[in-house]
Structures are given as C-alpha cells and as structure tokens.
Design a protein around this ligand. Structure first.
Ligand code: ADP
Ligand code: MG
Length: 290
C-alpha cells in the first residue's frame, strides 16, 4: 500500500491563540522525530513563513501560495521552499494572500473551495508524512475551506486564557460539519491548549471545559505560556533552535509525540480525491453560505 501524508488543518477562528507558533514548532519537532513535514501557510500575516523561511525568499522566488493559486496548471510540488531543517519544507504565504482570498471569493464561476483537490499532487502526498495547514483567523477563509476539504484531521488550537475562542467555536463547528458532507475522511484531533499557566484558575477551567465539550477531549500535555516563545518568534527561530532545553521545547516535543501516537496508530488513514464527494454534488461555496 502506498503511504500518503497525514493532512492536518489547524483551526480556531480567533487570532493570537498560538496557531502559527504551533505550526512552526510541531513541524520542527515532527521533523526532528524523522518525519518529512510540509507546512502550508494560508495566512496573509505570513508569520509561519517569516519564521521558517529565514531570509523570507518566498516573494522573490515566486514560490508561494498566491502564485500557485494564480497559475492554472501548477501544483503544490512546484511551489515548495526549503527551510533551515532538512526534513521540513514550506509552502509560503505573502502579504498578497489577502488578494488571493478576495479573487477566489469574487470568482463565482468555479468551485473556489475545491481547488486544492487538484493542486495537491500525488508526489506531494507521497513525499511527506505530514502536511499541516496554518490558517488565518477568519471563519470565511476560502483557503481554509480548501485545506479542510483535502485534510484527514482538523486540530483546534486554543489559547488557555482565551474564553472568547470557545464562545465563537459554534461557527467553526458548523463549517466543519458542512465540510464533512464533502470530505467524509475528516476527523477531529484532541484540542491542543497553548499559553497554559499552570497555577492559574482560568487555564485550569479552560482545560476542564475543553475536555468536556470537545469530541476528542484535550491532548494530555499543554504548551505553557512563556516569554521564550515570544523571544524565539522575534528571533524568527523555532523554540528548538532558540533553546531546545527550555521546558516549552519539551512541551512541543511531547505534543508531537501525542500527535504521532494518535495519527499513526489509526489504521487506514489514507485519503485521496476519490474519497471525496464529486464536484457535481451541491457543493458550491454559495450554497455553503460563507
Ligand atoms: N506558549 C506561548 N507563550 C507565550 N506567548 C506565546 C505562546 N504561543 C504564542 N505566543 C505569542 O502569542 C502571539 C500570537 O501567536 P501566533 O502563533 O502568531 O498566534 P495565531 O497564529 O493563532 O494568531 C505571538 O506574539 C506569539 O509570540
Ligand atoms: Mg497565525
């Protein structure tokens, strides 16, 4: 049986919860654990891209998500860049990704939420063990819908201080439910709580609520709140480059072990375009109401 990538979309319709930080550091620690990983940055803030592509060459090189979407024929493998880790690659974002979103939304004639199905080529699916989509905070992102439609996992990343992320969750759940009608292979991962403060009542309360209310509960390890993360992000480094002995690096390493156990122990996690619902189904973005 041919091995294909585990494809994961990071979710939370709230900014600043640690999604991009998680994309970078989970990506790095999975790569350290011997997995080939592709991070796809779908956010025009491009935080994960600025971090992973040290000199931020994704604009001049033309290897970025906007160029890929603008080109009728190119596929993922044509737009992937190297990072500082040999096993970790990047499909980068630029400040123009906003315009790409707007163009997709304006184009009424195509199934703009199903473009990744054809762009995510076989060699990319087979070359990587993990493909992780970092998403923008907007619930109406068409790039995020594209990602969910080709994913086999969605992963809520929630800031432990952030009650708001839970209040707004009902909208994301509706989007996931709608996408599941088109992609029956989409599954929930346990939530990852970030910015967790050990002796803080709010953090503990959020963990309890998430354990009760999310389908798969919460990963046992949370990622602690620490200025080391802010510093490593400012230095445009993963926490493993900045200080791999710091407890926060250990948190991310533990989270990636939990992820590997959950994802790789699950049998039959292959996906392919043939498993999704054909395009002539009632699947227009406008029918979905976003
Ligand atoms: N575990 C953490 N501890 C402290 N600060 C964090 C942590 N994770 C993320 N941050 C900070 O929070 C801010 C938002 O993080 P980011 O990963 O960009 O969130 P998102 O992608 O969800 O918008 C950044 O300034 C980042 O440095
Ligand atoms: Mg982000």
């Amino acid at each position: 049986m041919v091995k294909t990538a585990n494809i994961i979309t990071l979710l939370c319709n709230k900014g600043g919860v640690g999604r991009s930080t998680t994309a970078v550091n989970i990506g790095w620690s999975l790569a350290d654990a011997g997995r080939n990983v592709l991070i796809c940055d779908l956010d025009s803030q491009a935080n994960a891209s600025y971090n992973l592509s040290k000199d931020y060459t994704v604009v001049e090189s033309g290897k970025n998500i906007s160029q890929m979407m603008a080109n009728g024929t190119g596929s993922f493998s044509d737009y992937i860049s190297d990072t500082r880790h040999s096993r970790l690659k990047l499909l980068g974002s630029t400040l123009f990704t906003d315009k790409t979103e707007a163009d997709l939304r304006r184009n009424q004639t195509m199934n703009s939420h199903r473009i990744f199905e054809s762009k995510l080529d076989r060699s990319t699916r087979e070359d990587f063990d993990y493909i992780i989509f970092d998403t923008p905070p907007s619930k109406s992102s068409i790039l995020m819908l594209n990602a969910l439609i080709v994913s086999n996992w969605f992963w809520y990343i929630i800031g432990a201080e952030d009650q708001w992320a839970l209040d707004a969750r009902v909208i994301m759940d509706k989007i996931v439910a709608d996408v599941k009608k088109l992609n029956t292979k989409l599954n929930a991962l346990p939530v990852l709580l970030t910015r967790y403060k050990k002796n803080n009542t709010q953090s503990r309360y959020m963990k309890q609520i998430c354990e009760k209310t999310f389908e798969k509960g919460v990963f046992p390890g949370c990622v602690r709140d620490t200025t080391f993360i802010t510093k490593s992000n400012s230095a445009r480094q993963s926490i493993f480059e900045y200080d791999r002995r710091h407890n926060c690096a250990k948190d991310y390493a533990a989270a990636s072990r939990n992820l590997i156990e959950t994802v790789e122990n699950r049998k039959n996690n292959e996906i392919g375009p043939e498993k999704t619902v054909p395009h002539n189904d009632e699947s227009s973005i406008h029918d979905m109401g976003y």
